[in-house]
Ligand binder design. Sequence first.
Ligand code: SAH
Length: 353
Amino acid sequence: MNRHSAEKKELVSKLNERHDLSDSELKTLIESAEPDTELFQAADALRKKVYGEDVYTRGLVEFTNYCKNNCLYCGIRRGNPQVERYRLTEEQIHQCCEAGYRLGYRTFVLQGGEDPYYTDERICALVSWIRKQYPDCAITLSIGEKTRESYQKYFDAGADRYLLRHETADEELYRMWHPEEMSLSNRKRCLFDLKDIGYQVGAGFMVGAPYQTTEHLITDLRFLQELDPDMIGIGPFIHQKDTPFGHFESGTLEMTLRFLAILRLMFPDALIPATTALGTIDPQGREKGFRAGANVVMPNLTPVSARENYLLYDEKICTGEDAFLCKGCLEGRVYGAGYRMVSDRGDRIHMTP
Ligand code: SAH
C-alpha cells in the first residue's frame, strides 16, 4: 500500500469514528486521487446501521416553472426567454397526489420556481387539501425564500417539511451565482426560521459548479454542521445552455459520490437523496449514489406534458415517462443496487448521541 492510500484509509476510519475531520484532513480526502472504495464501504455500512436497506420515496410535483428569481445556474430563471412557462392547476396537483398515493408514496414534495401567482393563500389551500385527504402523508414544500410569517402559515396549514438548498455557504461565491437582490444571509435566515418553526428541513449544495473550490465545499460542510438539517440534498451542477453558466463544465459523478459518502459519515442519520441530477450525469448514477450512502429517491409525479418544461439543466432524465413507469424504473434500480424501496413517510431516525 502506498503512502497516499494508507493516509486515505486512515482518514476514512477517523471520519467514520468521529463523524468529523479538520479542514485540512477534509481537503486531503476531497482532493485525493486514490480510489474511494473504502470511503463508500464505510458510508454504506453506516447507513445500513442507521436505516437498514430502506430507501424512502418522495413523490415530486414540479407544479410551476414561473420564477421571479434569476439564479445564474438555473434553467428556469426569469431571464431565460426560451422556457415555455407552465403552472399546474390546483386540480392537476390534486390528481398528482392521488396518483402518488395509489403508487404507495407517503410524502409529497411540491416544488417550483418562486411564482407570485402561488400566493400564501393558494399554497395554504393546497397544503390543507393534501393534509385533509392524506393525513398519513408528509407534506414537503420547496418553493424558495419567503418571510417567516409565510412559512408559519404553511406550517399551520399542515406542511411538515421544507427543502431549501443553501446552494453555497460562501458569501463571495453566493454572489457570483445569484443576482444582486439575493443574499446568502437571507437564505440562511430562511433555513433557521424554518427549523425554528418546527419543519423538518432539507438544505444542500451543488457539486462542481462554476468557480467552486475545495475550500468552498468545506464551508458547505461546516454550515451543515451548524444547521443540522434532517435532509441533505446534493447533486452535480449541470449546465443549461440558455443560462449565463451554459458554457461551464458540469460537475462529475466521482466528486458527487465522494461528497455523498462524506456527508453520510458526517451526518449518520441524515436523509440523503440520490438526485435526478446524479442520474442525469451517469446512467447508473443513482444506484452508485445508494452504494455511497444515499437513502432517498424522488420519483416524479408531474404530468408528462409539463415535465419537459421543468428543465433546470440540460439532458434531464425522466421527462418522458408517467408516474407509473417512473415508479417501476426506480424500484428496479433500488432493488438492483441491493436495497429496498419502502412505502412510509420516511422520517429521520434521530440517533441518540
Ligand atoms: N425555487 C426552489 C426550488 C429550486 S429547484 C428553491 O429556490 O429552493 C431545486 C434545486 O435544483 C436548486 O436548489 C438547485 O440546487 C438545483 N439546480 C438548479 N439549477 C441547477 C443546475 N443547473 N444543475 C444542477 N442543479 C441545479
